[in-house]
Design a protein around this ligand. Structure first.
Ligand code: ATP
Length: 237
């Protein structure tokens, strides 16, 4: 196993009931690499992330998922989380009725401890200012930051972000990009699923484009940005 195979996905096939959705996806990521997982609505991006996080649904029927030498295909969701995978879902799952700080503390007690509160607040100054605020009263961008911060309050190796920029103003998107760059610099591997392909690609090393459950293109982020045909056919940019 070379450094190329820090996170390795080998020919995975996944189903929702009898619906065959993920139809043989493979890729390898290095430690600290950032990947954009792109494609049209319904291509199977969210389903792929859920499969990789080992959630109960969809069902992984064949293929292998290796993280730092560990066979995640043989694990359940809570074990995958213990091994260092965190999925920040599109709806963010901020807990209502709790403050920002309570949301962070809860993430820590339920998992292996990653960043402590001081570290979280030094990377997310906006959350420090709002630590006593009821979390669901924050703006969408601030709630997205909290969702990412909560993942980092656990000891993670791989972070999945599903549509992190949805509904956010460009200035907030840039702020979250800055955070992902800091995360990359400490060696966390990140996969971003995002409709805003340009924003996702400008902070990614590589890109995978999916269509109907399969990979139709894999290359550097720059290659995708430079490829008019791909942009037109799959990304609407
Ligand atoms: P989007 O950008 O629209 O979220 P996506 O690429 O993330 O698209 P998925 O959400 O993974 O696509 O959906 C892929 C396919 O799986 C779609 O045909 C969808 O209808 C189907 N699907 C998604 N969730 C379920 C589910 N819980 N049960 C059955 N089918 C599902």
């Amino acid at each position: 196993e070379g450094e190329n195979q820090f996170f390795s996905v080998r020919d995975i096939h996944a189903y929702y009931g009898e619906s065959y959705i993920v139809q043989g996806i493979s890729f390898d990521l290095k430690k600290g690499e950032v990947l954009s997982l792109l494609g049209r609505n319904g291509a199977g991006k969210t389903t792929t992330l859920r499969t990789l996080a080992r959630l109960d649904n969809p069902q992984l029927r064949s293929g292998e998922i290796w993280l730092d030498g560990e066979p995640l295909h043989e694990r359940k969701a809570h074990q995958a989380a213990q091994s260092g995978i965190q999925l920040v879902p599109e709806d963010r799952r901020i807990i209502g009725g709790l403050t920002v700080e309570e949301n962070l503390v809860l993430a820590q007690v339920s998992g292996e401890v990653g960043w402590d509160l001081d570290e979280v607040y030094s990377h997310f100054p906006r959350l420090a200012e709002r630590r006593k605020q009821e979390a669901t009263t924050m703006s969408g961008g601030e709630q997205q930051m909290l969702a990412v911060a909560r993942a980092l309050a656990r000891d993670i190796k791989v972070l999945f972000l599903d549509e992190p920029y949805e509904g956010l103003a460009p200035v907030i998107v840039q702020e979250i990009e800055g955070i992902v760059r800091q995360i990359r610099d400490i060696g966390i591997t990140t996969i971003i699923v995002e409709q805003n392909a340009v924003a996702a690609l400008r902070l990614s090393d590589r890109a995978v484009i999916m269509d109907t459950g399969e990979i139709v293109y894999e290359g550097s982020a720059q290659e995708v940005l430079d490829n008019e045909q791909l942009r037109h056919d799959y990304l609407a940019i």
